[in-house]
Design a protein around this ligand. Structure first.
Ligand code: MOS
Length: 730
């Protein structure tokens, strides 16, 4: 058996190898900054070295004097750029070259364009600035922040979910538990650096840039440049890691585009690893206060979740994971409140499982703490609180196999060997701990259009402006076309990542496989109707001879139930309306159970993770190989969020300290040992026609809590602030 290609269970497709495996491993795949462009120039950004204040004077002459430097763009030079519109398409409303006020560390102050990358870098290094500096507010607890209730002020939350009389229910419960939890700032570090390449041909603009949302970017870019979107093409054939960081556009894109027009030459600006920490989105730090009240038998009667999330002075952003945590178990009464804390930082944005990763850390840690208060096995606590309906609105679940995930996981992980009492398991000098947690992620689906062409020779071409961000969407979409048309997947090619193709939603929120495959399925069924109108069977050759055409091409326009009447029109305009999760008549979520074994050295407190297992139920699995790979990546990132990742800021200056991959820790092979994934067979025809729930984000939800719970089990020490480092255990 090949563990990378798990044999399919019921309602799972074949584990075909990735369609783009060969070009990727041989280096033939062209990422945005690899696209050859004649007559290219090179741009380097200059960022501020303060986080709050004003630029009094910027010294650009030295940069202009460097051999090879062609132009320097700074304050006032690109004034025709319109202010970005803060939304899911643009992560900030800051127009950095229009105002001299500095809102965050590394704010763009200039773009140096040169004949060579080296000259541009040298030019950027020669720029100096005088500032009128002010003391910034750096973190959630810093003085000078502004704290606001999030509901109604952020896109992700209209109203704080609540039901019943929480205070009373909490007061009346037999066992009460409350605690505060914290998660740090995290910065996306996809291996592919961020970049923009702008190429003009007359008044037509082509942008090559890694993007998770080419149609949305085209619309936002058209706004910022005051252009007809039809004259803009955004190309993003391969993306070397997205995770949310390439979801919304940054102000750089329009700056580089306008610089290229001024110079009448293409400009390529690759953002350095260090600048990625300040010019791109990131995951905001969060604080949580959780209260759980229960009866002596473990039945929860009261749950309260308060969250605080850092955002910028400019924009109100929050992920508001209470929408998920308040619906996860049967609770009785529920209260929740999310607040935003405005500080002198860049606006945060999505990072993989944006709401669930921090909010489930709090809830799943608290569940483990409550289980220990009750001297109950933590899986048993979840069993006793398994709901039949949503705690907030009483909606049914479209499907929910959380307990089945825990049961199969417990068997596979030999959970029954676990002794309930912390510090009771030991191998030599190593304290052994076993922890578990729930994974959950809302099922999203959006409108999508796919063009499918079947040729008489049996070859198939699928075209859709979705994005290959490492997820394997080309493989999955091709596989669905092959299944629908009854041909070999090797005969299918899938084209993605280009606004010349029919539109798809942002490749985010784990919606792409469901949305795109639903559109592909629809197009293929239209082709089948043409091939054999009566539903009869005949060979392809016969069918094409009868039709007298060399190929059949169909556009499948998929609009999910619950989307607005204008959903397709808006999709073409770059606004994809995602539905699902808790919004519709039933709750649509994917679930999982995660298990972690840690070993903590009794003397040095070194933490090792020898075993991680995730068991997931996520509807139809199109390809168990690519699905397993995503879930495994999620588990590894989950361990990273527990033990490794944290963007550190100097509290005096609000400047990032660890801005490279040497100091920003991520797990490497030596940090991980056995990472196993099991995908349960699950059928859900309610979520979408393809029956797909999506799993790109599911895998890293709850892992951080499972690690913290395992560390408690090993050591008796409860760590409620991430990341967990050995100094917290010493
Ligand atoms: Mo994902 S953080 O929705 O790209």
């Amino acid at each position: 058996m090949n563990t990378a290609a798990p044999p399919p269970r019921d309602n799972q497709g074949q584990p075909f190898p990735r369609a783009d495996a060969l070009p990727k491993v041989t280096g033939a795949a062209r990422y945005a900054a690899d696209v050859p462009v004649p007559n290219l120039t090179y741009g380097t950004l200059v960022g501020s070295t303060i986080a709050r204040g004003e630029v009094r004077r910027i010294e650009l002459e030295a940069a202009r004097g460097i051999a090879g430097v062609l132009a320097v763009f700074s304050y006032g030079d690109l004034n025709e750029l319109r202010t970005p519109r803060f939304s899911t398409s643009s992560f900030t409303s800051l127009a950095p070259l229009r105002e001299r006020k500095i809102w965050h560390d590394g704010q763009i102050m200039a773009l140096i364009v040169a004949e060579s990358f080296q000259a541009a870098e040298e030019g950027a290094a020669a720029v100096t600035a005088d500032y009128a500096q002010q003391t910034p507010s750096t973190e959630l607890d810093s003085p000078g922040t502004q704290i606001l209730e999030a509901a109604g002020k952020v896109a992700m939350l209209d109203k704080d979910p609540c039901v019943g009389d929480f205070d009373r229910a909490y007061r009346d419960s037999r066992v009460r538990f409350e605690a505060e939890y914290r998660t740090p700032t995290q910065t996306h570090n996809p291996i592919e650096l961020f970049s923009t390449t702008a190429v003009w041909s007359g008044d037509e603009l082509t942008i090559y840039e890694p993007s998770q949302a080419v149609y949305a970017w085209r619309a936002e870019l058209a706004w910022q440049l005051d252009m007809d979107p039809a004259r803009i093409r955004v190309v993003s054939a391969f993306v070397g890691g997205g995770f949310g960081s390439k979801g919304p556009m940054t102000p750089r894109t329009a700056i580089v585009a306008l610089a290229a027009r001024r110079l009448d030459r293409p400009v390529r600006c690759v953002v350095s690893r260090a600048q990625g920490f300040t010019t791109q989105p990131y995951r905001a730090p969060t604080r949580h206060y959780v209260k759980l009240g229960a009866m002596s038998d473990g039945r929860i009667t009261a749950f309260s979740h308060e969250g605080w999330e850092l955002t910028s002075r400019k924009d109100n952003y929050a992920v508001a994971g209470t929408t998920t945590t308040t619906r996860l178990y049967g609770y009785g009464s529920v209260a929740s409140k999310v607040r935003i804390v405005k500080a002198d930082r860049q606006t945060p944005a999505f990072m993989r499982s944006p709401p669930e990763l921090p909010y489930l850390f709090a809830l799943e840690s608290a569940m483990d703490e409550l289980a220990w208060e009750l001297k109950l096995d933590p899986i048993e606590l979840r069993r006793r609180n398994e709901p039949t309906r949503d705690a907030i609105e009483g909606k049914p679940f479209s499907s929910r196999h959380l307990l089945e995930c825990f049961e199969e996981g417990a068997r596979t992980f030999h959970w029954s060997d676990r002794l309930l009492k912390p510090t009771s398991m030991r191998v030599g000098d190593w304290l052994v701990g076993l922890g578990c947690a729930t994974a959950v992620y809302p099922t999203h689906v959006g409108p999508a259009v796919a063009r499918v062409r079947l040729s008489a020779d049996g070859r198939v071409r699928v075209q859709c402006a979705t994005h290959e961000i490492g997820t394997g969407i080309r493989t999955a979409a091709g596989q669905v076309a092959a299944e629908e048309l009854g041909i070999d997947p090797a005969a299918v090619t899938v084209e993605t990542g280009d606004t010349l193709l029919p539109p798809a939603p942002v490749s985010g929120g784990s919606n792409s496989t469901a949305s795109v495959c639903s559109a592909v399925q629809k197009a293929c069924r239209q082709i089948r109707t043409q091939l054999a109108p009566g539903g009869g069977r005949m060979s392809l050759i016969e069918a094409f001879e009868r039709l007298g055409t060399p190929f059949i091409e169909e556009c499948g326009q998929f609009v999910p139930e619950g989307a607005g009447a204008d959903a397709l029109e808006k999709l073409y305009e770059g606004q994809a309306e995602l539905v699902g999760g808790p919004e519709g008549p039933q709750l649509e979520f994917a679930f999982g159970a995660e298990f972690v074994e840690v070993r903590v050295h009794a003397r040095t407190c070194e933490i090792r993770v020898p075993r991680v297992l995730g068991v997931f139920a996520a509807g139809r699995i199109v390809n168990p190989r690519t699905a397993r790979s995503q879930l495994m990546g999620g588990l590894i990132w989950g361990v990273s969020s527990a033990l490794h990742e944290s963007t550190m800021l100097d509290p005096r200056t609000a400047r990032t300290v660890n801005r490279d991959l040497q100091d920003y820790l991520v797990p490497v092979n030596a940090d991980m040992d056995a990472v196993d994934v099991i995908m349960l067979s699950e059928k859900d025809d309610i979520v979408n026609p393809a029956g797909i729930k999506g799993l790109g984000e599911l895998g890293n939800v709850g892992t951080n809590a499972a690690v913290a719970n395992a560390i408690f089990h090993a050591t008796g020490r409860r760590i409620r602030t991430l990341p967990i480092r050995l100094e917290q255990l010493l």
